[in-house]
Design a protein around this ligand. Structure first.
Ligand SMILES: NC(=O)c1ccc[n+]([C@@H]2O[C@H](COP(=O)([O-])OP(=O)(O)OC[C@H]3O[C@@H](n4cnc5c(N)ncnc54)[C@H](OP(=O)(O)O)[C@@H]3O)[C@@H](O)[C@H]2O)c1
Length: 312
């Protein structure tokens, strides 16, 4: 099989010419530290070369440890993997961006980042408390900084060669447009929830036109049941093509032109989720015709993570 026909190896060009992002990505939003290490190593061993983290996941150290160990064992070079992490909402003030970035790099034990994302467009009260709340339990937002201020600080990280590309996450097309227009360095990637119940078609069309990669999170519907993994259209296609429902959903995401992040937590699932192959046109069309609409993660409306449990 050639690289171009093997969708497992698909790489998408970044619009600033800094390289390519592997379409198939592994997400590290895993609450347990030990499980983060085993799952990250299993993913690397299964063939994943794109790893997505965030300071908010509080496990960059474990991700870094797993990557270093797995790369040493597998003879994999730093240049062969693509590493992303994200700036948290409490670090939007320009003077906080570089320290937050350097701290992430330090925890990940790498010298440069392939991609740095603004985790959400919502600035929270700056400080060490990642989830600042008032007495009534409401999030304390920071009105003293704009998204463009933060973007400018990310641009200067690229200028100084500290990261190769920058982008945004949990943003709507409406909020993306003004940043895209004002940006000196255009966003290379936009990471949002996307799956057949939330195809984000308009955003995807904009991204394709501008050469921005849409990076889909929750491509399996976050594994929720009932949900996409049990959808009758997906199950029927899986039976017909001899693949699992998860493999069908991941193939659809890659073939429609997005990159994706999936989070298998066992070695068997890492191999399953990497072992995808192209679906026939009629199967893609059937999935495109699914009419159910469901957003699973409300982070895009508040900046509060929907898949991370609150500690206090
Ligand atoms: N930017 C953001 O705000 C944001 C928000 C959410 C996520 N993300 C990123 O996106 C990544 C992926 O998100 P996600 O966790 O929602 O992805 P997902 O792959 O859609 O869902 C993961 C869930 O699916 C289950 N699963 C995985 N492989 C499976 C398979 N082959 N068969 C059946 N079930 C399977 C897992 O179950 P088990 O737990 O039972 O293994 C896990 O609970 C995250 O790790 C993170 O990096 C970003």
């Amino acid at each position: 099989m050639t690289e171009s026909s093997d969708i497992r190896l698909k790489r998408m060009p970044l619009n600033n010419g800094s390289g390519h992002i592997p379409a198939l990505g592994f997400g590290t939003l895993i609450p347990d530290a030990a499980e983060t290490i085993t799952a990250t190593r299993d993913a690397l061993e299964a063939g994943f070369r794109h790893f997505d983290g965030a300071e908010r996941y509080r496990n960059e150290r474990e991700v870094g440890e797993a990557l270093q160990a797995g790369m040493a064992v597998g003879g994999i070079a730093r240049e062969d993997i693509f590493v992303t992490t994200k700036l948290w909402n409490t670090n939007h003030r320009p003077e906080r961006v570089e320290p937050a970035f350097e701290a992430s790099l330090d925890r990940l034990r790498i010298k440069y980042l392939d991609l740095y994302l603004i985790h959400t467009p919502f600035a929270f009260q700056p400080g060490d408390e990642q989830d600042p709340r008032d007495q009534n339990g409401n999030v304390i937002y920071d009105k003293g900084v704009t998204l463009l201020d933060t973007w400018r600080a990310l641009e200067s990280l690229v200028d100084r060669g500290r990261c190769r590309a920058i982008g945004l996450s949990d943003i709507t097309l409406n909020d993306l447009l003004p940043i895209y227009e004002s940006a000196r360095i255009k966003p290379a990637v936009v990471q949002v929830e996307s799956h057949p119940y939330l195809p984000e078609t308009e955003l995807l069309e904009f991204c394709k036109k501008k050469g921005v990669v849409l990076l889909a999170f929750a491509p399996l519907g976050h594994g929720m049941k009932p949900g996409l993994l049990e959808d009758p259209v997906i199950s029927a296609i899986a039976a017909r093509v001899g693949k699992t429902p998860a493999q069908v959903l991941l193939a659809w995401a890659v073939q429609r032109g997005t990159a994706l992040l999936t989070t298998p937590r066992t070695a068997a699932r890492a191999r399953e989720n990497f072992d995808i192959s192209a679906l026939p046109e009629d199967a893609l069309n059937e999935i495109n015709r699914i009419e159910t609409r469901q957003r699973l993660n409300p982070v895009v409306t508040t900046g509060v993570p929907g898949f991370i449990a609150r500690v206090s």
